[in-house]
Design a protein around this ligand. Sequence first.
Ligand SMILES: [Zn+2]
Length: 426
Amino acid sequence: MQRRSEKHLCEGMTLKINGRRVWERIEELGRIGATEEGGVSRLAFSQEDRQATELVIEWMQAAGLQVRRDAAGNVFGRRPGEEAGPLVMTGSHLDSVASGGRFDGVLGVILALECLQVLEDNGCKTRLPIEMAVFAGEEGSRFPGCLLGSMAVTGLLPPDYPYQVRDAQGILLADALRQAGLEPERFGEAKRRGEDIKVFLEAHIEQASVLEQAGKPVGIVSAIAGPHQYHVTIRGRSGHAGATPMQGRADPMVAAAQVIQKVEELALTSKAGTRGTVGFLQAFPGGHNVIPAQVDFTIDWRGISEDERDAIAQETLDYLAQICKERGLTWTAEVTAHTAPVQIQPQVLEVLQTTAQRLGLDYHVLPSWAAHDAMIMSQICPVGMIFVRSQGGLSHCPEEFSTLEDITQGGDLLLHALLALAEPLV
Ligand SMILES: [Zn+2]
């Protein structure tokens, strides 16, 4: 390997992010949509979300980036390289769940901005351009379906998608986009070509406590679990809770209870650590003294091993079919999400690990059990993820917290990984 001189600041590992600036920006964004409990509510395309995005655009422009917004509301800020492309991309999202935390998504956006600003301030030139991305509508807490912005970028949504979905108030996505100054009729133009993107890196809080338990400030993600979700409907025969004898009932709630237990049992005995959750259940007509005629519920499977995850999901459906047959019930199961798990490419892992080692960081390699924009971006380009330790593993709540020290280490890792991938020129 060629030995490099350490004279220039852009070489070696001397360049550092400004953790204090990162912290102040996270705090400033945390005031937009702040809740009394100390968290934030910034639902996609809401006034708060637009305000946060506009503030970040101001910072991006001040950092000398070439800023543009696509028709899905994603914002990109480019720092040109000596060559036109392919580019190295990094970023995350600014929207939150209702009553969420101040770090989820924001961290990856502000660290991306910080890295580009540090390169700019130090006059570091790269062969390839680096672009930061602020993806719109990641959380899916207003319109159905999450990861909206990155799905538009990867072409996973039809061009007329904004005319297909409404929020709980009945507002059409197209109208929400228009209110945000966007042109929904051009939604399809948000799609980008994978060959133009060399790699996408996302820094994110861990949202679990693996790093905390391992005593490590940062993590390098080895795989991203893919969700496989169903909406299940079981139909039976309604009746009076008192007058109807127990024998001969066709009660869909009891069948649902058995299936829910099966989900837990299969997940607990899974060899690949597949996780299963029933997070929604509704009975019709729904009265304390009525045997339900129908029960609807969801099943959410997450797995690093696609084969195992899908096999367990099928085993659950077979069990559901058997139970319904025995009890004289009918059922349907509609697949609402089916995404393959992402295995991070060895070359990207290698760059992140080597960079962490050269920085002397104490890191841990772990899978991500939550979905992220990086999971979607992997459909068109190689991806990598950096995790920052979450205090108490808490996330999607006002208590969400990461320390300035941990964030700074994650930021330095992102900075030098970006630099290595974009190839510094000195
Ligand atoms: Zn997030």
